[in-house]
Write a protein of this length. Sequence first.
Length: 59
Amino acid sequence: MTPDAIRERIARESARNEISGNTALILREMLDLIEAAKTPEQPCAECARRTEWATGAKC
């Protein structure tokens, strides 16, 4: 299932009172956290310089 399909299912089941509003909120927040964890973060300029210095790479 895609994240959008999961969001739609959460909304649909919440509207039908198959899951509570609190449960729907928690599920949406968990989905957001999972998606954020999949997205690689870019290091800040200082961290990038430290990594280059530690590995001996040229800046």
